[in-house]
Design a binder for this molecule. Structure first.
Ligand SMILES: [Zn+2]
Length: 137
């Protein structure tokens, strides 16, 4: 198993964005690796089935027929969406999905990613989304 980066320094608590969120207890520098996105590896058909039948919203896209179901994990499943996200998903040398900082992050700042699917922008109320709606109108 590769090192799980700064996994131990990431905590779950109430979010200002939505429900629970994940937060760093230490400062993180841009491009730093934060944690591995672990979970159950499933294919596209199983992903669709779990999303439709089980309302599972904790599945990460890896490639067209590989998805990671994080619903049994303790931390990454709680990451919230922001259009002004401070993290992104990447792949490491072993082909594992990892969470990486897209800019410097202060201690106790909520970690967020851009979920990147259209429906999220309908529900999102961040100032960036307001800008998107304005520019689309
Ligand atoms: Zn937004």
């Amino acid at each position: 198993m590769p090192t799980n980066y700064i996994y131990e320094k990431i905590i779950v608590k109430e979010s200002n964005v939505h429900g629970k969120g994940i937060f760093a207890q230490i400062s993180i520098t841009k491009d730093q690796r934060i944690l591995l996105i672990d979970g159950e590896v499933i294919d596209a058909a199983e992903c669709i089935r779990r999303e439709n039948e089980e309302n599972n919203v904790f599945i990460f896209w890896k490639d067209d027929n590989t998805y990671i179901d994080t619903s049994l994990t303790e931390k990454i499943k709680y990451i919230n969406h922001s259009c002004d996200a401070n993290c992104y998903i990447d792949e490491d040398e072993n082909g594992s999905l990892i969470l990486v900082a897209s800019r410097d992050i202060q201690p106790d700042e909520e970690l967020t990613i851009d979920y990147g699917y259209d429906e999220i922008y309908d529900e999102c109320s961040c100032s960036n989304c307001d800008n998107k709606l304005d520019s689309a109108a």
